[in-house]
Design a protein around this ligand. Structure first.
Ligand SMILES: *Cc1c(COP(=O)(O)O)cnc(C)c1O
Length: 321
Protein backbone atom coordinates (compact mmCIF):
# COMPACT_ATOMS: atom_id res chain seq x y z
CA UNK A 1 0.00 0.00 0.00
CA UNK A 2 2.86 2.29 0.84
CA UNK A 3 4.71 1.31 -2.33
CA UNK A 4 1.75 2.34 -4.46
CA UNK A 5 1.58 5.70 -2.75
CA UNK A 6 5.24 6.71 -2.62
CA UNK A 7 5.67 5.94 -6.29
CA UNK A 8 2.60 7.71 -7.66
CA UNK A 9 1.76 10.44 -5.14
CA UNK A 10 3.64 13.73 -5.32
CA UNK A 11 3.63 15.91 -2.20
CA UNK A 12 0.70 18.31 -2.44
CA UNK A 13 -1.26 16.15 -4.89
CA UNK A 14 -4.98 16.01 -4.36
CA UNK A 15 -5.90 12.43 -3.58
CA UNK A 16 -9.43 11.11 -3.16
CA UNK A 17 -9.40 8.33 -0.59
CA UNK A 18 -12.42 6.08 -0.31
CA UNK A 19 -12.71 5.15 3.34
CA UNK A 20 -15.26 2.38 3.86
CA UNK A 21 -13.65 0.72 6.87
CA UNK A 22 -10.43 0.11 8.77
CA UNK A 23 -8.23 -0.54 5.72
CA UNK A 24 -9.52 2.53 3.90
CA UNK A 25 -8.86 4.54 7.03
CA UNK A 26 -5.28 3.22 7.18
CA UNK A 27 -4.59 4.10 3.55
CA UNK A 28 -5.99 7.60 4.01
CA UNK A 29 -3.67 8.15 6.98
CA UNK A 30 -0.77 6.97 4.84
CA UNK A 31 -1.61 9.40 2.04
CA UNK A 32 -1.45 12.28 4.52
CA UNK A 33 1.92 11.09 5.86
CA UNK A 34 3.36 11.27 2.33
CA UNK A 35 2.14 14.82 1.83
CA UNK A 36 -1.05 14.12 -0.06
CA UNK A 37 -3.82 16.71 0.03
CA UNK A 38 -6.38 14.17 1.14
CA UNK A 39 -10.04 14.37 0.25
CA UNK A 40 -11.52 11.62 2.36
CA UNK A 41 -14.74 10.09 1.09
CA UNK A 42 -16.34 8.22 3.95
CA UNK A 43 -18.71 5.41 3.09
CA UNK A 44 -21.00 4.04 5.82
CA UNK A 45 -19.65 0.72 7.09
CA UNK A 46 -21.22 -2.26 5.37
CA UNK A 47 -22.02 -0.24 2.25
CA UNK A 48 -20.22 -0.19 -1.07
CA UNK A 49 -19.14 3.15 -2.47
CA UNK A 50 -21.76 4.86 -4.63
CA UNK A 51 -19.95 5.32 -7.95
CA UNK A 52 -22.23 8.24 -8.92
CA UNK A 53 -20.98 10.17 -5.91
CA UNK A 54 -17.37 9.65 -6.98
CA UNK A 55 -18.34 10.78 -10.47
CA UNK A 56 -19.78 13.99 -9.00
CA UNK A 57 -16.73 14.69 -6.84
CA UNK A 58 -14.37 14.13 -9.76
CA UNK A 59 -16.45 16.33 -12.07
CA UNK A 60 -16.27 19.20 -9.57
CA UNK A 61 -12.54 18.85 -8.98
CA UNK A 62 -10.40 18.44 -12.09
CA UNK A 63 -7.31 18.66 -9.90
CA UNK A 64 -7.65 15.24 -8.26
CA UNK A 65 -4.56 13.24 -9.21
CA UNK A 66 -5.29 9.92 -7.54
CA UNK A 67 -8.35 7.95 -6.47
CA UNK A 68 -7.66 5.06 -4.12
CA UNK A 69 -9.85 2.36 -2.67
CA UNK A 70 -9.87 -1.16 -1.32
CA UNK A 71 -11.38 -3.66 -3.78
CA UNK A 72 -12.69 -5.66 -0.83
CA UNK A 73 -12.83 -3.77 2.46
CA UNK A 74 -11.97 -6.67 4.73
CA UNK A 75 -13.18 -5.02 7.94
CA UNK A 76 -16.77 -5.06 6.65
CA UNK A 77 -16.65 -7.73 3.91
CA UNK A 78 -17.82 -5.33 1.20
CA UNK A 79 -16.71 -5.60 -2.42
CA UNK A 80 -16.62 -2.29 -4.30
CA UNK A 81 -17.48 -1.89 -7.97
CA UNK A 82 -13.90 -1.55 -9.21
CA UNK A 83 -14.83 -1.94 -12.85
CA UNK A 84 -17.23 1.03 -12.77
CA UNK A 85 -14.73 3.18 -10.86
CA UNK A 86 -12.00 2.27 -13.35
CA UNK A 87 -14.22 3.32 -16.24
CA UNK A 88 -14.77 6.73 -14.65
CA UNK A 89 -11.17 7.43 -13.74
CA UNK A 90 -9.75 6.13 -16.99
CA UNK A 91 -11.40 9.04 -18.83
CA UNK A 92 -9.24 11.52 -16.92
CA UNK A 93 -5.70 11.58 -18.30
CA UNK A 94 -4.31 13.22 -15.14
CA UNK A 95 -5.87 10.86 -12.59
CA UNK A 96 -4.58 7.49 -11.44
CA UNK A 97 -6.65 4.71 -9.89
CA UNK A 98 -4.97 2.79 -7.04
CA UNK A 99 -6.54 -0.38 -5.69
CA UNK A 100 -5.75 -2.32 -2.53
CA UNK A 101 -6.62 -5.83 -3.70
CA UNK A 102 -5.21 -7.66 -0.72
CA UNK A 103 -8.37 -9.70 -0.08
CA UNK A 104 -9.51 -9.57 -3.71
CA UNK A 105 -6.54 -10.39 -5.93
CA UNK A 106 -6.64 -14.16 -6.32
CA UNK A 107 -10.09 -14.50 -4.73
CA UNK A 108 -12.47 -12.60 -7.01
CA UNK A 109 -12.09 -11.37 -10.60
CA UNK A 110 -9.92 -8.25 -10.75
CA UNK A 111 -8.47 -7.96 -14.26
CA UNK A 112 -6.12 -5.02 -13.91
CA UNK A 113 -5.84 -3.93 -17.57
CA UNK A 114 -9.43 -4.58 -18.52
CA UNK A 115 -10.77 -2.69 -15.52
CA UNK A 116 -8.29 0.18 -15.98
CA UNK A 117 -6.51 -0.08 -12.66
CA UNK A 118 -3.27 1.94 -12.50
CA UNK A 119 -1.74 0.53 -9.35
CA UNK A 120 -2.70 -2.77 -7.70
CA UNK A 121 -1.41 -4.53 -4.61
CA UNK A 122 -1.99 -8.05 -3.30
CA UNK A 123 -0.61 -9.91 -0.29
CA UNK A 124 0.81 -13.39 0.20
CA UNK A 125 -1.14 -13.95 3.42
CA UNK A 126 -4.64 -13.68 1.98
CA UNK A 127 -5.79 -15.12 -1.35
CA UNK A 128 -2.31 -16.38 -2.22
CA UNK A 129 -2.58 -18.87 0.62
CA UNK A 130 0.90 -18.24 1.99
CA UNK A 131 2.34 -16.90 5.22
CA UNK A 132 2.68 -13.15 5.67
CA UNK A 133 5.75 -11.42 4.32
CA UNK A 134 5.35 -10.87 0.60
CA UNK A 135 3.34 -8.35 -1.29
CA UNK A 136 2.87 -8.00 -5.00
CA UNK A 137 2.23 -4.81 -6.86
CA UNK A 138 1.89 -3.73 -10.44
CA UNK A 139 1.53 -0.42 -12.27
CA UNK A 140 -0.07 0.57 -15.58
CA UNK A 141 1.77 2.50 -18.30
CA UNK A 142 -0.21 5.57 -17.25
CA UNK A 143 1.13 5.19 -13.71
CA UNK A 144 4.71 4.67 -14.90
CA UNK A 145 4.68 8.04 -16.67
CA UNK A 146 4.01 9.66 -13.28
CA UNK A 147 6.41 7.39 -11.37
CA UNK A 148 9.36 8.39 -13.57
CA UNK A 149 9.08 12.07 -12.71
CA UNK A 150 7.50 11.95 -9.24
CA UNK A 151 9.57 14.06 -6.79
CA UNK A 152 8.30 12.09 -3.76
CA UNK A 153 11.30 10.77 -1.77
CA UNK A 154 11.44 6.98 -1.64
CA UNK A 155 14.12 4.41 -1.17
CA UNK A 156 13.17 0.84 -0.29
CA UNK A 157 9.93 0.98 -2.29
CA UNK A 158 11.36 2.74 -5.34
CA UNK A 159 9.65 0.96 -8.22
CA UNK A 160 12.14 2.40 -10.72
CA UNK A 161 15.03 0.70 -8.94
CA UNK A 162 13.08 -2.50 -8.55
CA UNK A 163 12.29 -2.56 -12.26
CA UNK A 164 15.93 -2.00 -13.18
CA UNK A 165 17.00 -4.89 -10.95
CA UNK A 166 14.23 -7.12 -12.30
CA UNK A 167 15.49 -6.60 -15.84
CA UNK A 168 18.69 -8.35 -14.75
CA UNK A 169 16.76 -11.14 -13.09
CA UNK A 170 17.44 -9.69 -9.66
CA UNK A 171 15.60 -7.78 -6.97
CA UNK A 172 16.60 -4.35 -5.65
CA UNK A 173 17.43 -5.77 -2.21
CA UNK A 174 17.58 -9.32 -0.84
CA UNK A 175 14.20 -10.80 -1.42
CA UNK A 176 12.05 -13.25 0.44
CA UNK A 177 13.22 -16.22 -1.60
CA UNK A 178 11.35 -18.86 0.38
CA UNK A 179 8.02 -17.10 -0.11
CA UNK A 180 8.70 -16.38 -3.77
CA UNK A 181 9.38 -20.07 -4.36
CA UNK A 182 6.24 -20.96 -2.44
CA UNK A 183 4.29 -18.43 -4.51
CA UNK A 184 5.53 -20.18 -7.63
CA UNK A 185 3.92 -23.39 -6.36
CA UNK A 186 0.66 -21.65 -5.48
CA UNK A 187 0.47 -19.95 -8.87
CA UNK A 188 0.95 -23.32 -10.58
CA UNK A 189 -1.90 -24.74 -8.49
CA UNK A 190 -4.09 -21.81 -9.47
CA UNK A 191 -3.24 -22.02 -13.16
CA UNK A 192 -3.76 -25.78 -13.19
CA UNK A 193 -7.39 -25.47 -12.13
CA UNK A 194 -7.86 -22.10 -13.87
CA UNK A 195 -8.65 -18.79 -12.24
CA UNK A 196 -12.36 -19.01 -13.00
CA UNK A 197 -12.57 -22.34 -11.23
CA UNK A 198 -10.72 -20.92 -8.23
CA UNK A 199 -13.09 -17.94 -8.04
CA UNK A 200 -16.09 -20.28 -8.32
CA UNK A 201 -14.76 -22.47 -5.52
CA UNK A 202 -14.27 -19.50 -3.20
CA UNK A 203 -17.74 -18.14 -4.03
CA UNK A 204 -19.26 -21.59 -3.43
CA UNK A 205 -17.68 -21.68 0.04
CA UNK A 206 -19.14 -18.26 0.77
CA UNK A 207 -22.60 -19.29 -0.47
CA UNK A 208 -22.49 -22.46 1.62
CA UNK A 209 -21.60 -20.66 4.84
CA UNK A 210 -24.10 -17.83 4.23
CA UNK A 211 -26.93 -20.24 3.49
CA UNK A 212 -26.57 -22.03 6.82
CA UNK A 213 -25.56 -18.99 8.86
CA UNK A 214 -28.83 -17.29 7.93
CA UNK A 215 -30.76 -20.35 9.06
CA UNK A 216 -29.05 -20.00 12.44
CA UNK A 217 -30.15 -16.39 12.83
CA UNK A 218 -27.03 -14.59 11.64
CA UNK A 219 -27.53 -11.68 9.25
CA UNK A 220 -25.26 -10.83 6.37
CA UNK A 221 -23.59 -7.56 7.30
CA UNK A 222 -22.13 -6.46 3.96
CA UNK A 223 -24.63 -5.02 1.52
CA UNK A 224 -22.42 -5.91 -1.45
CA UNK A 225 -20.56 -8.93 -0.09
CA UNK A 226 -17.23 -10.14 -1.42
CA UNK A 227 -16.72 -13.84 -2.11
CA UNK A 228 -13.45 -13.75 -0.21
CA UNK A 229 -15.01 -13.46 3.23
CA UNK A 230 -18.37 -13.32 4.96
CA UNK A 231 -19.23 -10.81 7.65
CA UNK A 232 -22.20 -11.73 9.79
CA UNK A 233 -24.09 -9.76 12.39
CA UNK A 234 -24.62 -12.01 15.41
CA UNK A 235 -28.13 -12.65 16.76
CA UNK A 236 -29.44 -10.22 19.37
CA UNK A 237 -28.12 -10.77 22.88
CA UNK A 238 -24.82 -12.27 21.76
CA UNK A 239 -21.42 -10.64 22.07
CA UNK A 240 -19.42 -11.69 19.04
CA UNK A 241 -16.16 -11.50 20.98
CA UNK A 242 -17.49 -14.03 23.49
CA UNK A 243 -18.77 -16.15 20.62
CA UNK A 244 -15.36 -16.17 18.90
CA UNK A 245 -13.52 -17.02 22.09
CA UNK A 246 -15.82 -19.98 22.77
CA UNK A 247 -15.52 -21.24 19.19
CA UNK A 248 -11.77 -21.14 19.49
CA UNK A 249 -11.63 -22.72 22.96
CA UNK A 250 -13.99 -25.56 22.17
CA UNK A 251 -13.30 -26.29 18.50
CA UNK A 252 -9.94 -24.66 17.82
CA UNK A 253 -11.52 -22.67 15.01
CA UNK A 254 -10.37 -19.09 14.60
CA UNK A 255 -12.63 -16.54 12.98
CA UNK A 256 -12.34 -12.77 13.16
CA UNK A 257 -14.58 -10.27 14.90
CA UNK A 258 -15.42 -6.63 14.24
CA UNK A 259 -13.33 -3.55 14.93
CA UNK A 260 -14.27 -0.17 16.39
CA UNK A 261 -18.05 0.29 16.33
CA UNK A 262 -18.47 -3.30 15.13
CA UNK A 263 -16.63 -4.81 18.08
CA UNK A 264 -18.88 -7.44 19.63
CA UNK A 265 -21.38 -7.08 16.79
CA UNK A 266 -20.06 -9.13 13.88
CA UNK A 267 -17.98 -12.16 13.04
CA UNK A 268 -15.94 -12.54 9.86
CA UNK A 269 -15.21 -15.84 8.18
CA UNK A 270 -12.54 -16.14 5.50
CA UNK A 271 -13.04 -18.24 2.38
CA UNK A 272 -9.52 -17.97 0.96
CA UNK A 273 -6.86 -20.61 1.36
CA UNK A 274 -6.80 -24.34 1.95
CA UNK A 275 -10.36 -25.08 2.99
CA UNK A 276 -11.90 -28.49 2.52
CA UNK A 277 -15.57 -29.30 2.21
CA UNK A 278 -15.35 -31.30 5.40
CA UNK A 279 -14.03 -28.32 7.30
CA UNK A 280 -16.92 -26.26 5.91
CA UNK A 281 -19.41 -28.74 7.38
CA UNK A 282 -17.46 -28.87 10.64
CA UNK A 283 -17.64 -25.09 10.81
CA UNK A 284 -21.43 -25.11 10.47
CA UNK A 285 -21.74 -27.70 13.25
CA UNK A 286 -19.38 -25.76 15.48
CA UNK A 287 -21.13 -22.45 14.86
CA UNK A 288 -24.46 -24.02 15.82
CA UNK A 289 -23.06 -25.64 18.97
CA UNK A 290 -21.34 -22.42 20.03
CA UNK A 291 -24.49 -20.39 19.41
CA UNK A 292 -26.40 -22.58 21.80
CA UNK A 293 -23.65 -22.40 24.33
CA UNK A 294 -23.56 -18.60 24.45
CA UNK A 295 -27.33 -18.22 24.05
CA UNK A 296 -28.95 -21.37 25.41
CA UNK A 297 -32.14 -22.31 23.62
CA UNK A 298 -31.43 -20.12 20.57
CA UNK A 299 -31.69 -23.24 18.45
CA UNK A 300 -33.47 -26.41 19.47
CA UNK A 301 -31.58 -29.70 19.47
CA UNK A 302 -33.77 -30.77 16.59
CA UNK A 303 -32.99 -27.65 14.58
CA UNK A 304 -29.28 -28.26 15.05
CA UNK A 305 -29.63 -31.85 13.96
CA UNK A 306 -31.54 -30.85 10.83
CA UNK A 307 -29.01 -28.15 10.01
CA UNK A 308 -26.05 -30.48 10.32
CA UNK A 309 -27.71 -33.19 8.27
CA UNK A 310 -28.59 -30.66 5.60
CA UNK A 311 -25.02 -29.30 5.52
CA UNK A 312 -23.64 -32.80 5.13
CA UNK A 313 -26.12 -33.57 2.38
CA UNK A 314 -25.34 -30.34 0.56
CA UNK A 315 -21.66 -31.18 0.74
CA UNK A 316 -22.20 -34.69 -0.63
CA UNK A 317 -24.31 -33.45 -3.50
CA UNK A 318 -22.10 -30.51 -4.40
CA UNK A 319 -19.69 -32.64 -6.41
CA UNK A 320 -16.81 -30.73 -4.92
CA UNK A 321 -17.07 -27.14 -3.73
C1 LIG B 1 -5.03 -7.76 5.32
C2 LIG B 1 -5.22 -6.52 4.56
C3 LIG B 1 -4.21 -5.56 4.45
C4 LIG B 1 -2.87 -5.77 5.09
O1 LIG B 1 -2.97 -5.62 6.44
P1 LIG B 1 -1.95 -6.35 7.42
O2 LIG B 1 -2.27 -5.72 8.72
O3 LIG B 1 -0.60 -6.04 6.90
O4 LIG B 1 -2.28 -7.79 7.31
C5 LIG B 1 -4.45 -4.44 3.71
N1 LIG B 1 -5.61 -4.24 3.08
C6 LIG B 1 -6.61 -5.12 3.15
C7 LIG B 1 -7.88 -4.84 2.42
C8 LIG B 1 -6.45 -6.29 3.88
O5 LIG B 1 -7.44 -7.19 3.96
Amino acid sequence: MEALLVNTLAPGDKILGINSGKFGERWCEMAKVFGGHLIEHKVPWGHAVDVREIDKILALDPDIKIVMTQACETSTGVLHDIQALGELIHKRPQTLFLVDGITALGAVPLPMDEWKIDGLVGGSQKAFMLPTGLSLFSFSKKAWAKIEQNPQPRFYFDARKEREANKKGETYFSSNVTLIRALDVVLDLILEQGMDQLFRTIQARADFIRFFAKKMGFCEYALRPSGSLTSLAVPLGIDSQVFRTELEKRFSITIMGGQDQLKGKIIRIGHMGYITETSQVELIKSLAATLNQVKPGHLSAEQIQVLCAEALEKKESSGGL
